[in-house]
Design a protein around this ligand. Structure first.
Ligand code: ASP
Length: 395
């Protein structure tokens, strides 16, 4: 019997879940546990994977000089694509004006209180950071440990090898878990379809379409242009290598939960080197969220339009900066972007009540923006790899 390729199995899981959720809402409770187990297993891997892969990645890069080049390239790529993403959304939302005449401030509103303060980068206690799963703090400690290990030179070799083995070990476990992916996404999608208020989404269809169009332009044109410019890899093959992670991000709405799969696709399927993947991906999953940035900008202007408020160019510039920042600050979990939206709305003095409404329709939007978030991290790996190759050729 010929085996169905893995990414088709996942697509079948996604469609199967949607159809099942629509046709048999009363039986969705049977499908849901598969989704819950799959998600829990992935989440189980996230904290050790971020820590171990970053320390391993940094020790592989091996010198302070190379490390700063890698760091600068990654940061510039992340900031540039993030900025372009927000600009795309601002242009679209000004052209389409999805908020005109829409009434969203009804009884449904429930103010969201939690506006994240400044991130607390340095943990008081490392084990607490691990236990809380505070990814920014874990990244901070991992970079510190990695740099320390590099400074140890020969003496640090054994420990560095241990981290490399640990990384392999985690990825093997992720491989086992991925076998569950088709069933897992089936359960997640069935649960999503059953629980969702579709009427509400249709009511703000223009807003949804504006956001999706922006995501499509960024994910389908802007990021591929970066890829084509800097990487020598064939794009089609790269996309097909990345499919399991892209589908997982869509189904889980979480860049963090997808990270183990992203790592697997980049290292095992595309065979991009571990020193790049180990640095670019954990950092990217935590801070690089182009899709979320687009969501923040679109939603903010949409709300202003719905309230009949015209934001000046200066105010839109403020939206640009706060949307980019809010995306960096958003946790890589479902609906995190909605919470940090409060920051953007506050910056331009818009009421926070509309967030309650957006919460009701968030899930499919979150699924879509998370795909672009993860796709951005993957393209970053290919771009950084392309730059390194070019540098070696020129040398
Ligand atoms: N769910 C998104 C992610 O994990 C964050 C967000 O936009 O809510 O990438």
């Amino acid at each position: 019997m010929t085996k169905i390729p893995f990414h088709y199995q996942i697509v079948a899981g996604i469609f199967g879940g949607v159809i099942f959720g629509f046709l048999f809402p009363d039986f969705v409770f049977l499908a849901k546990p598969f989704g819950v187990i799959f998600l829990k297993l992935l989440k189980l891997m996230v904290v050790p994977l971020i820590f171990v892969s970053l320390v391993d990645g940094i020790t592989r890069v091996g010198s302070a000089e190379k490390l700063s080049v890698l760091g600068i390239r990654t940061t510039v790529f992340y900031l540039a694509t993030n900025g372009l993403a927000v600009i795309t959304s601002l242009i679209l939302v000004n052209l389409i004006r999805p908020g005109d005449g829409v009434k969203i401030f009804g009884d449904k509103s429930e103010a969201i209180q939690t506006v994240g303060g400044m991130p607390d980068l340095i943990p008081q206690n490392f084990f607490q950071a691990l236990a809380k799963g505070d990814t920014l703090q874990i990244i901070f400690v991992a970079i510190l440990f990695g740099v320390g290990l590099v400074a140890l030179k020969e003496k640090g070799k054994r420990l560095a090898e241990l981290f490399s083995d640990l990384n392999e070990w985690i990825l093997v476990l992720v491989g086992f878990m991925m076998k569950l992916a088709p069933l897992g996404v089936f359960g997640l999608l069935a649960g999503m379809v059953q629980a969702f208020d579709w009427q509400a989404v249709i009511g703000v269809g223009k807003f949804v379409l504006t956001l999706l169009l922006g995501l499509l332009i960024h994910g389908g044109i802007t990021l591929p242009l970066f890829f084509k410019t800097f990487s020598t890899r064939p794009l089609k093959k790269f996309i097909s290598d990345m499919e399991p992670a892209l589908f997982t991000s869509f189904s889980t709405s979480s860049s963090a939960a997808t990270l183990p799969v992203t790592m697997d696709c980049i290292e095992k399927r595309a065979k991009i080197s571990k020193d790049i993947a180990g640095f670019v991906l954990p950092v990217g999953a935590t801070v690089n969220m182009d899709g979320t940035a687009m969501y923040e900008a679109t939603a903010c202007l949409f709300m202003a339009q719905a309230l009949g408020i015209d934001l000046s160019l200066g105010q839109q510039l403020l939206v640009f900066f706060t949307a980019a920042l809010a995306a960096i600050g958003a946790a890589a979990i479902p609906s995190a972007g909605l919470v940090t939206l409060a920051m953007v709305l506050t910056a331009v003095h818009l009421p926070l009540e509309g967030i309650g409404f957006l919460l009701a329709i968030d899930r499919p939007l979150d699924m879509s923006r998370t795909v672009v978030n993860v796709w951005g991290d993957m393209v970053a790996c290919a771009v950084v790899e392309g730059l390194e190759k070019k540098e070696k050729k020129d040398a």
